[in-house]
Design a protein around this ligand. Structure first.
Ligand code: G3I
Length: 387
């Protein structure tokens, strides 16, 4: 596949001939958005497409549920398997939210990812305190007990787990780029990752075990530092025999704030594949703040970057599942997050369907990227069979 540097919007203007006010770029024609859902497009190259869901949204919005059934072949919990949701009290787990989502997936013939077993965020306050004050054995139990309970509960139903999420953070200044402010690392050192993956393999050897992170996609110094840190971490883990099987590239793009170069991203994915790892795009969306105020123009630029990003990702045979972090702009974290939301309260337009569940240009870009993708080698885990 021809690889080219890609910059959206204002960044593109900086690279190519600066746009004058009269030379508004011509809008590409509205693409065809009819036909089967994205899951059908993904299946053509042996992949899965899906999205994150919150059980609360599904319960209150049948239109969302219908759209998910139409488009998604795999789902992931946006909230329900985080410890703030499952373990408000030390002595019991509450999997009721995740049970609803897994039952929905099973009923509709969908696979499911599990997000997430070990994260520095979304932990209940009692857990933060316990990890800071308990003896090591209890600390290890607080880490491992959840992994074992959750993975055994959903064995054969959740086929891919984000075992450890967002373990790096170069901004925090450690020479190795690891996240310093995390109860897990502060208590157990980097070995918390080793322990998590070994326990995950013991709990459900049929599920594919992911290390996941964000900020691996753009050409910015931020992303360059993050790619370096995650590659070095993966090298250390594999050298120690840690049973990590795959890297989850979250794919939260910021097309109007940071550049994208297909060659840079492709080289990174090639390096991950070269380690013998599988890859998934686990939280794809595009923060459109800073883009053109004209919605059609902004949609077109968002779709163009989304297509360029997925063309690279899907050109790598190790890439299996691609999930967006939500399906409709009606429910996107981008519209609530300080750094990305529009000041006037307008919804972000970073997902495949608009707030009325109509397919957008981005939907067509995702469908076309799947349609043009070479076949995946990433034999996707099948519910109930060894990964
Ligand atoms: O469910 C409770 C509700 O009972 C309570 O009344 C309300 C008031 O605080 O909070 C509700 O929980 C919220 C939860 O989403 C469910 O809606 C949490 O406050 C809120 O912090 C949580 O935000 C989620 C965030 O992760 C933190 O868990 C976002 O929706 C979700 O999109 C975001 O997803 C993360 C990924 O897990 C990791 N990668 C980055 C991504 C975006 O930040």
């Amino acid at each position: 596949m021809k690889r080219r540097a890609f910059l959206a919007g204002a960044a593109a203007a900086a690279v190519s001939v600066p746009l004058t006010s009269s030379a508004v770029p011509q809008l590409p024609p509205m693409p065809d958005t009819s036909g089967p859902g994205l899951k059908a497009h993904a299946a053509r190259s042996g992949r899965r497409y899906g999205c994150a869901i919150k059980s609360s949204q599904m319960q209150s919005d049948p239109a969302l549920t219908a759209a998910i059934v139409r488009e998604a072949g795999v789902i992931v919990q946006e909230w329900e398997l985080k410890r703030n949701a499952t373990q408000q009290r030390p002595d019991r787990f509450d999997f009721s939210g995740a049970d609803k989502l897994i039952a929905f997936a099973q009923k509709n013939g969908m696979a499911a990812r599990g997000h997430t077993l070990v994260w520095y965020a979304a932990n209940p306050k009692w857990l933060d305190a316990a990890m800071r004050t308990s003896p090591r054995r209890r600390q290890e139990g607080l880490l491992g007990g959840y992994i074992t309970a959750a993975m055994r509960r959903y064995a054969g139903k959740i086929t891919e787990w984000d075992v450890v999420n967002e373990a790096i953070e170069p901004k925090e200044g450690r020479p190795d780029g690891m996240r310093a402010k995390t109860i897990w690392g502060e208590a157990l050192g980097e070995g918390y990752i080793d322990l998590a993956f070994h326990l995950a393999r013991d709990a459900d050897p049929t599920a594919r075990r992911f290390l996941t992170d964000y900020g691996l996609e753009h050409t910015s110094r931020r992303c360059e530092q993050r790619r370096t840190a995650i590659l070095k971490l993966l090298e250390r883990l594999l050298a120690r025999g840690v049973p990590v099987q795959a890297l989850g590239v979250q794919g939260h793009l910021k097309p109007f704030q940071e550049g994208f170069d297909e060659r840079v991203f492709a080289n990174f994915l090639d390096e991950v594949r070269g380690m013998g790892l599988k890859i998934a795009i686990t939280e794809f969306d595009l923060a459109d703040r800073g883009g053109p105020l004209d919605i059609d123009q902004r949609d077109a630029e968002v779709a163009a970057v989304g297509r360029a990003f997925l063309d690279v990702a899907l050109d790598n045979p190790a890439v299996g599942s691609v999930l967006t972090w939500g399906l409709s702009d009606r429910y996107s974290w981008l519209s609530t997050y300080e750094g990305y939301r529009w000041p006037d309260g307008e919804l972000s337009r970073g997902l495949p369907l608009d707030s009325n569940f109509r397919r957008k240009r981005l939907w067509a870009a995702i469908a076309q990227a799947f349609d043009h993708a070479p076949r995946a080698e990433a034999e996707l885990p099948v519910p109930g069979l060894p990964a």
